[in-house]
Ligand binder design. Structure first.
Ligand code: SF4
Length: 322
């Protein structure tokens, strides 16, 4: 007997998968990848579960733009997102010879997407009625087909509810799981600052995968309809921006003082190059000086030049910032 388990990257989904695996069911972990997760750090341990990753970034954008069931407290379309992922899992069931789907949802853990009404809605709309098992809260929910058919023993399932993590931490210990991600509360769309930026991109009609990736790489400035400048906020981002350069991009950096790297992408004329240098200058350690020299280079043209600029004033800066 096989089941698909949705693996979100948090502890709960791993615990749910381990629990069902411990009852003799073969688990295939499915992890859906969207652009709205923070950049991955070290590769996460899969805790002995075979995990297949499926990229749904492009389709997910349309959900963000037009969620049938609306947004959570930010621009997070959790209900539509869950329906979409579970629908995908259902479609993949025959290929994996899986009989049901497992998730780590806990009743009442998230006010919007994990209340009883919405758990039922998600189950119904995903076409998985009776075949969606949430082992962490199963004893508080309707009996599912895997329980009725005795594929899994309901008595071995749990009755967790609410936001406390105490039981999960205990369970992780029982499974010998020592390191696990802290509950992050969802993807980047649950972050108010990030959501606000996504909303601005939507307002400009410019929400696309490239912009979402750029947004994650540093401070994002929309200089014109066709020119973007991304300014690093720390060493890691400065290095990331330098590495991500395409041959037509511009790279801006201060000449002799401490300051960020910035990536310019799109159509730049002389005025926009000067503007970009002033923005970079705004984030430099000027140490009392009024101006500094900023180098800009474009590998495509083999061009490198220096401009002496003053920092851009805060009001103008805010007008360009996404
Ligand atoms: S937090 Fe993000 S990934 Fe998680 S259900 Fe909501 S929209 Fe989907």
């Amino acid at each position: 007997m096989k089941a698909i388990a949705l693996i979100s990257g948090g502890l709960d989904s791993i615990l749910a998968a381990k629990l069902i695996s411990g009852l003799g069911i073969d688990i295939i972990g499915l992890k859906f990848k969207t652009s709205f997760y923070a950049r991955p750090g070290k590769t996460q341990d899969s805790y002995g579960i075979e995990i297949k990753e499926i990229d749904i970034s492009q389709q997910f954008l349309s959900i963000v733009l037009n969620p049938r069931y609306g947004y959570g407290s930010n621009i997070n379309p959790c209900i539509d997102c869950k329906i979409f992922m579970l629908n995908k899992a259902r479609e993949l069931m025959p290929g994996f010879h899986a009989e049901f789907v497992v998730t780590g949802e806990v009743l009442g853990q998230r006010p919007m997407s994990q209340n009883r009404q919405n758990l039922d809605l998600v189950e119904k709309k995903s076409g998985l009625e009776g075949f969606l098992l949430r082992p962490l809260s199963a004893k508080l929910l309707k009996e599912t087909t895997p329980e009725k058919e005795r594929w899994v023993d309901r008595q071995q399932l749990l009755a967790l509810s609410g936001r406390s993590r105490r039981e999960q931490i205990k369970l992780a210990k029982d499974f010998g799981i020592k390191e696990y991600p802290q509950p992050a509360g969802g993807c980047l769309l649950t972050n108010p600052d990030f959501s606000e930026k996504i909303q601005k991109l939507i307002n400009f009609g410019e929400l696309n995968l490239e912009h979402v990736e750029l947004l994650k790489m540093g401070r994002f400035f929309r200089l014109s309809e066709k020119a973007r400048l991304i300014v690093g906020r720390n060493k890691e981002e400065n290095e990331g921006l330098t590495k991500s350069m395409k041959k037509e991009d511009y790279l801006f950096m201060p000449q002799d003082i401490m300051g960020p790297a910035a990536l310019g992408r799109g159509d730049f004329n002389n005025a926009l190059i000067r503007l970009s240098c002033s923005i970079v200058c705004r984030y430099c350690d000027l140490d009392g000086k009024k101006e500094t020299e900023v180098i800009y280079q474009r590998p495509y043209e083999g061009k490198e030049a220096v401009l002496k600029v003053e920092p851009l004033d805060e009001v103008s800066l805010a007008g360009f910032k996404i």
